[in-house]
Design a protein around this ligand. Structure first.
Ligand code: OOG
Ligand code: MG
Length: 257
C-alpha cells in the first residue's frame, strides 16, 4: 500500500518551505484518483495550520496551457486565503520556488453548487466575474510533471490577484486578453481559448466537484484557467492583465532576499 499521507506531507513541505522536490511519480506509482487524495490530504494540512478555503481553480482549460506543459486533461485544485494577493499591491516572491503568472477569468458564486450544472444554468449560480491572474509555482524541480504529479501538487496553485468585480457575464466568449510586464506585452490571446467560453469552466467545476462528492459553498471563487501560456515572474516587475470589456488587474513583484 502506498502511503498517501506521507506523500501529501512531502509535497506540502515543499510548498511551505519553497524547496523544490523530485517528481513523485519517479519514485511512487499512483493513480489519478490517488493524486486527488494526496491533493486533499495536503490541503487538509493547510487548513490545520489555519488557512481557509476560498474556492477552486481549473487547470488546462486552454490548448495554450496544455501544449506549454505537455498535459492534456482538465484538472482542478483548491484555493486558500493565504494565496490571495491584493489587486494593485506588492507581491513578495520569497514564498515561491520558480513562480509563473498567467491571465485568467475569476467567477464568484452566489449559490451552493452541489450538482453538475448545465451551461444554461451556470450564470444563475454566479454573483460576479473579474479579470484575474494566477501565480503558479510547481513544487517539482524544473517545473516538470506528469498529470498525476501536478494534481497531487494542487495543480501548482500558489497565488492569485483579482481585479474589480462585474455582474455582467456576457461578452466573455471572445474578449481580448493582454498581459504586460512593465508595459511590454508578454502574452496576448482571447477568453475564447478557455474552453471556447470561460463560463464552461463553471460548468466543468460543478461537474468535477459533485463527482468528488463535494459541495462548493456560495461565495466561492472559481478560477477558470489560463487563456494563454504562463510567463516566468521575476522580481521588480509591474504585471498588468487587461480583459476587453471586463477590466484589468495588476501587481508589482519584489524579493526581500
Ligand atoms: C498547472 C496548472 C494549470 C491553468 O490555468 O491552466 C493552470 C501548471 O501549469 O503548472 O493553472
Ligand atoms: Mg491557472
Amino acid at each position: 500500500m502506498i502511503d498517501l499521507d506521507a506523500i501529501a506531507t512531502r509535497i506540502d513541505d515543499a510548498a511551505r518551505l519553497a524547496e523544490p522536490v523530485a517528481q513523485l511519480t519517479t519514485s511512487e506509482s499512483f493513480t489519478l484518483e490517488d493524486a486527488y487524495e494526496i491533493q486533499r490530504a495536503s490541503i487538509e494540512r493547510r487548513i490545520h495550520r489555519g488557512e481557509s478555503m476560498i474556492g477552486v481553480k481549473l487547470g488546462f482549460t486552454s490548448r495554450a496551457k496544455m501544449i506549454q506543459m505537455g498535459v492534456d486533461s482538465l484538472i482542478w485544485g483548491w484555493l486558500t486565503d493565504t494565496m490571495l494577493e491584493e489587486d494593485g499591491g506588492r507581491v513578495a516572491l520569497d514564498r515561491f520556488i520558480h513562480p509563473r503568472v498567467e491571465p485568467e477569468v475569476c467567477y464568484l458564486t452566489s449559490r451552493e453548487m452541489d450538482r453538475p450544472l448545465t451551461a444554461l444554468e451556470a450564470s444563475r449560480y454566479l454573483e460576479a466575474v473579474a479579470p484575474a491572474m494566477e501565480i503558479i509555482d510547481s513544487r517539482y524541480r524544473d517545473f516538470r510533471f506528469t498529470l498525476e504529479d501536478v494534481v497531487a501538487d494542487n495543480c501548482s496553485s500558489a497565488g492569485l490577484v483579482i481585479g474589480p468585480w462585474k455582474r455582467n457575464f456576457d461578452g466573455l466568449r471572445n474578449a481580448g486578453v493582454t498581459m504586460r510586464f512593465d508595459g511590454r506585452v508578454v502574452q496576448a490571446g482571447s477568453t475564447a481559448a478557455i474552453l471556447g467560453d470561460p463560463l464552461r469552466s463553471v460548468v466543468q467545476a460543478s461537474r468535477l466537484i459533485s463527482q468528488s462528492g463535494l459541495v462548493l459553498p456560495a461565495g466561492s471563487l472559481i478560477m477558470a484557467g489560463a487563456a494563454t501560456a504562463a510567463h516566468a515572474l521575476p522580481p521588480g516587475a509591474h504585471v498588468h492583465c487587461a480583459i476587453g470589456g471586463l477590466g484589468s488587474t495588476e501587481f508589482t513583484t519584489w524579493r526581500a532576499s
